[in-house]
Design a protein around this ligand. Structure first.
Ligand code: G6P
Length: 612
């Protein structure tokens, strides 16, 4: 969702800001804008891509060594040039960019209208900039104090950056609920929604906390205070991310690069945790909470999107391995449905970005009810990683493609480790079984490598089905979440309607859809509920549906029924999701490319959903 970048220092701001916006493009957006400040304060903005903004500013005065820029993902008001950020205050002396939602904007807007303020946009954001100006004028205070007073009147979520004509050496930034990081260079500062625009300039960063305001001044130390006016010393952290991790590295799309990174990312998610020689699993981040989890009456997993699918695999794994009851909830439902929670419950929040607004709210709710809350996050230092009591990073590396791929398999790998760790401590698994699983898990990266060799074959299958309008994905047991994830990948990036179902549920509805035009993707691996799935395949075949099947190497039974078989290496049943997901990612990718879709930035979607 909305991306923010700002700069103050000795260099020209424009190239840094534009490059920063390009780095944030992956978050999803529909318009872009920029503000530069020297003697004058200038705003340029337009609907469309960052490249449209670049074309728009050609020949205009874009000089200045202080500035800010924004990519907008529309919430209030359609995606057009007027609603794009930055927004000016009435006197055009203050400009503001915002990520989040001001929930009480309607009340504030009518109060400001009564005081003579005119609104040019339909956004909630414009309210804030007028309010700040109003406070500056009526209370005769400097911009940072006006921001502080204004933020005390605001309900909702925000990451904001403000530039004021009167203060040409100052950036004010603040956050609540939406991410913001400040990069500290030599005599220069950077502000951004995440670290990707900063890493080529500095490794030293400060993550702003909720209700904190940063006063960033040329030639001075960074100052941080809360909206209640308490000063805090900035906590400077070192980033370990490298530039080539966020570049395409020769691949046509980030998504393809990330699919191909999976042998490495799965390995990294287990590195230093899976100790084959000692026959143990360790998860340092939650060591202090092991006993709490082992004694938990229930584990409740909260997540959204692909992370929710990983949570479903986690449910099967933890119940199977450690015999602890697990429930999986959409964060957005959990937070509003008055769930029963108590101190014996352990809540696990799963999130790639660590910024998903609904998951953050679910965490807050669980904490207020006394539950222990753990996180499984990919982005180091993210809001969810900081809001949870403890957690495990997935270490998949930056994921730029909007459709999650390597983050999913890393989440599943971490959940497998968690299940194994709990099983060992609880003694719920015979030793021989435990060791067999450790060895098998260790072999997964090499097996993923083998599956990636099927790319050409999968592309050929995609050629046949690229024009379909609907599709069905079916699986049972551990392969049910895989079916859901396969269907989600296809609809996200190719806009083909796809539904995932437990294969046995087919008879309760989806079977009515099947005819000769309907491709049905079966995840029909030999382990698990294999024979029953074969019966489902027969049923689809009898109705002339087209069958694409993910099968175990050497399978003969499904081969006789399916139109296309993709063979994956054999593995233990509970590890199949780590393998069976890969061909489905590739299938979606190729179909989307053949349909000329924007694979890395699908329409309407955002990588990091920072509003509910
Ligand atoms: C968005 C992304 C998905 C992601 C979901 C949850 O919808 O496009 O890829 O699965 O948010 O995000 P999280 O960062 O919490 O895993």
């Amino acid at each position: 969702m909305c991306g923010i970048v700002a700069y103050i220092g000795p260099r020209e701001a424009y190239p840094i800001l534009i490059k920063g916006l390009h780095r944030l493009e992956y978050r999803g957006y529909d318009s872009a804008g920029i503000c530069l400040l020297n003697d004058d304060i200038r705003v340029f903005k337009c609907k469309g891509k960052v490249s449209d903004l670049e074309a728009f500013v050609e020949g205009k005065n874009i000089s200045g060594n202080i500035g800010m820029a924004h990519t907008r993902w529309a919430t209030h008001g359609e995606p057009n040039t007027i609603n794009a950020h930055p927004h000016f205050s009435q006197n055009r002396t203050i400009a503001l960019i915002h990520n989040g939602i001001i929930e009480n904007y309607a009340v504030l807007r009518s109060e400001l209208k009564n005081r003579g303020y005119q609104f040019t946009s339909d956004t909630d954001t414009e309210v804030l900039v007028h309010l700040i100006e109003d406070i500056m004028i009526s209370e005769q205070v400097a911009v940072e104090e006006a921001v502080r007073v204004a933020l005390n009147q605001v309900i909702g979520a925000y990451a904001i950056v403000i530039l004021a004509k009167e203060f040409p050496d100052k950036i004010i930034a603040a956050r609540k609920g939406s991410p913001m990081v400040i990069g500290i260079g030599k005599g220069e500062f950077f502000v951004a929604s995440d670290a990707t625009p900063l890493i080529e300039y500095t490794n030293n960063v400060v993550y702003l906390n909720d209700e904190e305001i940063a006063i960033i001044e040329r030639g001075k130390e960074l100052k941080i205070k809360t909206i209640k006016n308490q000063s805090h010393s900035p906590y400077i952290q070192k980033l370990s991310m490298s530039l080539n991790e966020i570049e395409k590295g020769g691949f046509e799309h980030f998504m393809l690069k990330e699919i191909y990174e999976q042998p490495r990312s799965i390995f990294d998610s287990m590195r230093g945790r899976l100790h084959i020689d000692q026959g143990i699993v360790t998860l340092g981040g939650i060591r202090d909470y092991e006993q709490k989890i082992l004694n938990a009456k229930r584990i409740i997993i909260v997540a959204c999107g692909t992370s929710w699918h990983a949570g479903l695999v986690g449910e099967y794994l933890i119940e199977d391995l450690a015999r602890i009851p697990v429930e999986v909830e959409y964060s957005s439902e959990f937070r509003y449905r008055n769930p029963i929670l108590n101190e014996d419950d352990v809540v696990i929040a799963i999130s790639q970005s660590g910024e998903t607004a609904d998951t953050l709210a679910a965490i807050d709710l669980a904490k207020t009810k006394g539950a222990t809350v753990l996180g499984i996050c990919n982005v180091v230092g993210s809001s969810i990683a900081r809001a949870t009591h403890a957690g495990v990073y997935t270490h998949a590396g930056p994921e730029i493609g909007v459709a999650s791929t390597k983050a999913f398999t890393a989440q599943v790998a971490v959940l497998t480790l968690l299940g194994l760790l709990l099983a060992q401590k609880k003694g719920t698994l015979p030793n021989s079984e435990f060791h067999k699983l450790l060895l098998e898990l260790d072999s997964i990266p090499a097996k993923v490598e083998q599956i990636l060799l099927l790319n050409e074959k999968i592309r050929d299958i995609a050629t046949i089905y690229k024009d379909v309008k609907n599709s069905l994905y079916l699986g049972r047991g551990y392969n049910f979440p895989v079916a859901l994830e396969g269907a989600l990948k296809l609809k996200e990036i190719s806009y083909v309607h796809a539904e995932g179902y437990p294969a046995a549920e087919m008879k309760h509805g989806p079977i009515a859809l099947i005819d000769e035009h309907m491709p049905v993707v079966f995840i029909a691996t030999r382990r698990g509920i294999y024979e029953k799935v074969i019966s489902n395949i027969e049923e689809v075949k009898a109705r002339k549906g087209k069958i694409i099947a993910i099968v175990t190497e050497g399978d003969e039974s499904v081969k006789n029924l399916a139109d296309h078989c993709i063979e994956i290496p054999d593995t233990e049943e509970m590890l199949i999701p780590l393998l069976a997901t890969i061909p489905l990612q590739l299938l979606s990718y190729h179909i989307a490319v053949m349909r000329n879709c924007n694979v890395d930035q699908p329409r309407n979607l955002a990588k990091s959903v920072t509003v509910e």
